[in-house]
Design a protein around this ligand. Structure first.
Ligand code: ATP
Length: 236
């Protein structure tokens, strides 16, 4: 469903992503896990179309998207600092991707209401995002990422700005929503507990290279290298 094949990204002399291949089935929750600087965000940005790979191919539903601009890919994104527009209402924020796709106002309103229902904020539609708590703003950002029913959902450390309690709540919410709508998800994190608790598959990256790929339990029981063992053994 999502295939990443021999993808490399260089910035000058630096190899940020080095010949990485992995794939996710439809509805799968896959995490890219590794320490800061291992290339997780760069990988995600290439799937989104915000960076072009130096080499390799990315396919979604069998179609090569490697050189397509972001707006031609059916991808929902939520980043840690993917800010909401403060001067627009919650409804306008969530409806923005639909507006960009030329969806008419009546259909927009309906789809926005459904998305807000899904993240359990049905009454927030006419409010300003600035009146909402951090956790609620994250829910709005998630509703915006999902409102056009994307093929793939990309999440880059979406919970890291939240405090511990909210983080735990959002993790549970995220899991519920992802299973409910069955959207193929790529989740970037440096937090092994988060990756292990949420994912069907974990891809461990180390200095741009893929160290190990597998189900959480397999990686936990049989780390492929000292790096993986050390990394998943540590707690944050
Ligand atoms: P973090 O969790 O700290 O964001 P990461 O695993 O997501 O780390 P990347 O952000 O993908 O890592 O960065 C991988 C490497 O590529 C780093 O050494 C980074 O400095 C470098 N890099 C990323 N983007 C660029 C860019 N636009 N120009 C030059 N170097 C870059």
């Amino acid at each position: 469903y999502l295939e990443v094949e021999n993808v490399t990204k260089r910035f000058g002399d630096l190899v940020a992503v080095d010949d990485v291949s992995f794939s996710a089935d439809e509805g799968e929750f896959l995490s890219l896990l590794g320490p800061s600087g291992c290339g997780k965000t760069t990988m995600l940005r290439m799937i989104a179309g915000l960076e072009t790979p130096t080499a390799g191919e990315i396919r979604i539903r069998g179609e090569t998207v490697t050189d397509q601009p972001p707006y031609e890919r059916d991808i929902g994104m939520m980043f840690q600092h993917y800010a909401l527009f403060p001067h627009k209402t919650v409804g306008e924020n969530v409806g923005f991707p639909l507006k960009m796709r030329g969806v008419n106002k009546a259909d927009r309103r309906k789809q926005v209401a459904e998305a807000l229902e899904m993240v359990r904020l049905p009454d927030a539609i006419d409010r300003s995002p600035t009146e909402l708590s951090g956790g609620q703003q994250q829910r709005v950002a998630l509703a915006r990422a999902l409102v056009f029913e994307p093929d793939v959902l990309l999440l880059d450390e979406p919970l890291s700005a939240l405090d511990r309690v909210l983080r735990q709540q959002m993790r549970v919410e995220l899991e519920r929503i992802q299973k409910e709508i069955g959207v193929t998800t790529v989740y970037v994190t440096h937090d092994q507990m988060e990756a292990f608790s949420l994912s069907d598959t974990v891809v461990v990256l180390d200095e741009g290279q893929l160290s190990q790929q597998g189900a959480p339990i397999d990686i936990y029981e049989n780390p492929a290298s000292e790096f993986v063992g050390d990394f998943i053994g540590q707690s944050t």
